[in-house]
Write a protein that binds this ligand. Structure first.
Ligand code: SF4
Length: 687
């Protein structure tokens, strides 16, 4: 007998997983979420979702959900009341602050939380604790995008909107596999490829899109700067540049030009593993297209030269005039649902809300006035890797973490564990127990995105509503409420009172962040607003129209390829390069997706190995091997794959049973310290 279920109510909200920001219609029956549909009227996803957004919702009332606050006593967690937990944390934090100063405390915020919660979190650390030691998970993904694009254009965010794909004549996809990481945008890109748009993919892995592309430049991992220098060389030498754009809107082109002119293409072809002829054809395809649109992902940023690669991608767009019109631009595929928003809200140790430089006196005064306090902290704070190093050195004594599994997702796990072991107080707000909460002193149970209001900002700068679907599970509270309560315990009361209300916080954000002046809960409507948002509520689909760069002029930079220290130091002893990525079924450390049926579809991390490399070591398909680096070793099943070249290995980091970050290293992007997850010197052997 089939039964038609009729929902008691359906609530529109924004997906919690990736930076596409799909709108979802969530149906509730008898107070429980029973299904998710994709609304056709949603501008972002036009009736589509992927199997994460649509089906991976069972986690929200999973038996593993944390439901009560807990304090570790004699090595074991015991449930306590909220008041007990708050008092314990406040007493310890104030004690540590008095003894060692505010800079002995660090905050780690979460791109999975809403804008309002991220805004409050950075405010608590800056205003109630008194330090700029606030950072977030952009540090392990797109920090180089924000930093690099700021150097080139003045704004570290997507220049265009995804809908521009329809107008692009060429698509240049660098270091990203959106079919797995950003599936709805990935499907749109795939459609464009299949319709015959000129397409160039730069990726060490033969992804589905690489297979479909007109040109696949299958580089050796880590040679991004080298391949971009080759592309620029051919565009310059074959006179394919847009002189009008360069002369009218940019600076420092001549230095860049003379740098790329003199590069040795034979050497670079050898380094990258891609023939000169192929690179030249790709350069022509990009530069001669009427409208060429760039997308990039973590294959760009998670490298030793990550920020430099972003600046060279910006050069490519500027030298061909592919900026400031539909169907062009530089469009980072932001990983997490709200990684753009967390940075906008000031979850960075050097920039407060609105990317304002916290080391400047006038900015400190601006924030002090807005927050109604006398004095803001005056020096830049520590980035996450610096916080961990400072903990080992005994300088960081407390870590306050909101929704981040630092132990599982940061590189070189043993180093992170060593750092955590030195810290006197670790507080974690979370949905589930994780490797990080296990090491905490206090765990505070947070409400999931289904249980609260707020906003997320997707990869195209679009602020969208998150609407409460069901009441908070158990004794959980929204992260925003927890932060407001903690701030009050630390001596700072939110001007609007002790009850968390996302709309109130949005009003404050609109008052503080210059490019969000016209933001309000009401104005967001069903399809959100893309920043900058003017006072009258007008939003912005495209940046830098008519060469109007935020910093006044677009700046060219030039760099030589530099081999990563990971290979220089360890390459001889560990001859294989491991690169890590994601699968469609899971989201990052899998805290949520592993607690849904997606885990039944995909339950293992596997090591993709070229069959010839495996056979040479006598390793069979599906056999479990030991993979090791200078940092440690883990066991993992092998999967023969011709998507990787010989000498290259690929895996994912979704399953704690493998815990691949035990072997990843501490090398990071020079400018932002974003870890180089994409190049890890390793070897592997039969068990
Ligand atoms: Fe969610 Fe991204 Fe999938 Fe859309 S594409 S449903 S935002 S995970």
């Amino acid at each position: 007998e089939t039964k038609t279920l009729i929902a008691d109510k359906t609530v529109r909200t924004t997906c919690t997983y990736c930076g596409v920001g799909c709108q979802l219609d969530v149906s509730v029956i008898d107070g429980k979420i029973k299904g998710i549909q994709a609304p056709e009227t949603a501008e972002v996803n036009e009736g589509h979702t992927c199997l994460k957004g649509r089906f991976a919702f069972e986690f929200y009332d999973h038996p593993d959900r944390l439901r009560e606050p807990m304090i570790k006593k004699n090595g074991k967690f015991e449930e306590v009341t909220w008041d007990e937990a708050y008092d314990f944390i406040a007493t310890k934090l104030i004690d540590i602050k008095n003894k060692y100063g505010p800079d002995s405390i660090g905050g780690i915020s979460s791109s999975r939380a809403t804008n309002e919660e991220n805004y409050l979190m950075q405010k608590m650390i800056r205003v109630a604790v008194g330090t700029n030691n606030i950072d977030g998970c952009a540090r392990v993904c797109h920090a180089p995008t924000a930093w690099g694009m700021q150097q080139s254009f003045g704004t570290g965010a997507a220049t265009n909107s995804v809908e521009d794909l329809k107008q692009a004549d060429a698509i240049f996809l660098f270091g990203a596999n959106p079919i797995k990481g950003h599936p709805v945008t990935g499907a749109k890109i795939k459609q464009a490829f299949m319709k015959g748009v000129t397409s160039i993919v730069v990726d060490p892995i033969k992804t589905k899109l690489a297979e479909l592309a007109t040109y696949h430049l299958q580089i050796r991992p880590g040679t991004n700067v080298a391949i971009l220098n080759m592309l620029a060389h051919y565009i310059v030498m074959d006179d394919l540049v847009n002189k009008h754009f360069i002369e009218s809107y940019t600076e420092k082109y001549d230095e860049f030009k003379s740098h790329v002119e003199h590069l040795n293409m034979d050497e670079l072809a050898l380094l990258t593993g891609v023939s000169k002829e192929l690179v030249r054809k790709a350069a022509h395809a990009y530069a001669t297209a009427d409208r060429a649109m760039e997308f990039h992902g973590l294959g760009v940023t998670e490298h030793f030269q990550g920020s430099k690669t972003v600046m060279l991608l910006s050069n490519l767009a500027m030298m061909t005039g592919n900026i400031g019109k539909n169907g062009v631009g530089l469009n980072p595929l932001r990983g997490q649902n709200n990684v753009q928003g967390a940075a906008d809200m000031g979850v960075q140790p050097h920039q407060g809300a609105g990317y304002l430089d916290v080391s400047k006196k006038d900015i400190q005064q601006y924030f002090a006035d807005k927050y109604g306090i006398e004095k803001m902290p005056t020096t830049n704070g520590l980035k996450i890797p610096e916080m961990l190093d400072a903990a080992i050195d005994g300088k960081i004594k407390a870590l306050y973490i909101m929704g981040e599994d630092t132990i599982m997702t940061d590189p070189n796990t043993n180093h992170s564990i060593k750092a955590f072991e030195q810290v006197e107080l670790i507080v974690v707000q979370e949905l589930f127990m994780t490797a990080t909460t296990e090491m905490a002193d206090v765990v505070l149970p947070a409400s999931s995105y289904f249980e609260k209001n707020g906003t997320f900002t997707n990869g195209e700068r679009r602020v969208q509503r998150v609407n409460k679907v069901v009441e908070p599970i158990g004794n959980t509270k929204p992260d925003g409420q927890i932060i407001i309560d903690m701030m009050a315990r630390l001596g700072y009361e939110q001007p609007t009172g002790l009850t968390y209300d996302a709309a109130n916080v949005i009003e404050e954000i609109a008052d503080v962040i210059p490019f969000m002046k016209g933001l309000s809960w009401k104005r967001l409507g069903e399809n959100g607003l893309q920043w900058p948002i003017k006072e009258d509520g007008t939003d912005t689909k495209m940046l830098h129209v008519n060469g109007q760069f935020k910093k006044g002029i677009g700046t060219f930079h030039h760099f030589d390829f530099e081999e990563t220290p990971e290979i220089v130091s360890h390459g001889k002893k560990y001859p294989f390069i491991l690169t890590t990525g994601r699968e469609l079924e899971h989201y990052n450390s899998g805290t949520m997706t592993r607690r849904t049926d997606n885990q039944k579809i995909l339950s293992d991390d596997v090591l993709e190995v070229h069959p010839k490399d495996a056979i040479k070591k006598g390793i069979k398909d599906n056999e479990t091997v030991r993979i090791f680096s200078d940092r440690g070793s883990v066991e993992i099943p092998v999967k023969y794959s011709r998507n990787v070249k010989r000498g290259i290995l690929r895996t994912t980091f979704h399953q704690p049973e493998v815990f691949i970050n035990i072997i990843t290293g501490s090398v990071g992007d020079k400018e932002t310290m974003t870890p180089e997850y994409k190049v890890v010197a390793v070897d592997f052997e039969r068990l």
